[in-house]
Design a protein around this ligand. Sequence first.
Ligand SMILES: Cc1cc2nc3c(=O)[nH]c(=O)nc-3n(C[C@H](O)[C@H](O)[C@H](O)COP(=O)(O)OP(=O)(O)OC[C@H]3O[C@@H](n4cnc5c(N)ncnc54)[C@H](O)[C@@H]3O)c2cc1C
Length: 419
Amino acid sequence: MRGQNYSLWSLLKHGFKNHQTWEPAWERVALKPSYDVVIVGGGGHGLATAYYLAKNHPEVGKIAVLEKGYLGGGNTARNTTIVRSNYLWDESAAIYEHSLKLWEGLTEDLNFNVMFSQRGVFNLGHTLQDMRDIERRVNANALQGIDAHVLNAQEVKEKIPQLDCSRSRRFPVLGASWQPRAGIAHHDAVARGFARAASRLGVDLIEGCEVTGMDIQGGKIRGLQTNLGAVRTDRVGCVAAGHSSVLATMAGLRMPLESHPLQAFVSESMQRVIDTVIMSNAVHGYLSQSDKGELVIGAGIDSYVGYGQRGSPHVIEHTAAAIIELFPQFSRVRMNRQWGGIVDVTPDACPIISKTAVQGLFFNCGWGTGGFKATPGSGHVFADMLAKGEPNQLAKAFAVDRFLTGHLIDEHGAAGVAH
Ligand SMILES: Cc1cc2nc3c(=O)[nH]c(=O)nc-3n(C[C@H](O)[C@H](O)[C@H](O)COP(=O)(O)OP(=O)(O)OC[C@H]3O[C@@H](n4cnc5c(N)ncnc54)[C@H](O)[C@@H]3O)c2cc1C
């Protein structure tokens, strides 16, 4: 669909033709026998990688994205879309801030409205230790040039009048960190925007194409097996989120990853009462309100590993209780639907953007519960790695060998709750 502004007339015209006449957003093409670069996984990160690769490195040649389901149907379609960059350590703050800067120009860059709304994100503190951690992180952010502020309970109450800040609560609000430039974006629009832009640059987007095996000869990647046939290529980027370790196994590699279900749910639509994003590690829940008026509520990960896109009822129960702790007035709001995704978690809660022992095979994974915010930044640096064969300055710290050398970047504090 070209452009975003449909007149009533064009809606009626296409409606009378059973919506058969819209111009497709991206070209449907058949899988070719060979490509210069193949990206496995057509989620936000894979599509962003393809877009920046085709845009910034046209010399690489012909690119394909292979997606086993439909584009953007994995975690991209299932996440709660929080975008922020106020992480603790320099390495992660730098890559998330790079991403946030790309978000700020993304709608114009893609000529597609990704509905990025910088409505701010609050991370609540409920104990003295929470507040000390918040102060430490905000001070680090100040040194990193990231907008972040420490607010006391009264300042939080002024900005979020609906939040119960009374001292008598089980988890009283003592204050918060606040990043004004943070916010949310529309997950489907992000996938479609990158897909449309990549397709227009000549990238082949192949849906219903599952990678089932890898051809590796002499320590080099030579091709992939798929349910649609074999593909020859000597450069592969795996961006398959919850299924990264499955792909690694095909290459005989073992990634330090665990795949866990992560859930979210939304309420019935109601009048707009929340105009920001509120997260709490201590009560273990977070929420925002969509343009349709639904409360979008995120839960924590299930403690067990698995590939079922569901999650356990007790996690939902715990999260609903957490939200009611913060907003007792929401106890009568009905919940409409719940769903789950599969996130791949690393031991230090930071991603892996890395070369591997197999020449020409690269992995971008381990974004865990927080990769949506990284979509443009991750795609941008991974495209650079696929083009040059080496990590750039932002990606360097995220090489998989940090689990051997011990150079871990522990972001468990910033990623203590699903986000
Ligand atoms: C409930 C929930 C809430 C979340 N909330 C947030 C949030 O608020 N903010 C945030 O920053 N992050 C959040 N996340 C995390 C975020 O969604 C992920 O980190 C991020 O989306 C992962 O990257 P991706 O978009 O490319 O993954 P995906 O969209 O999962 O893309 C990977 C793709 O690879 C495909 N694939 C897998 N195996 C193969 C194969 N063998 N062959 C071909 N294709 C294959 C899959 O079908 C899938 O489409 C949340 C996740 C969940 C589940």
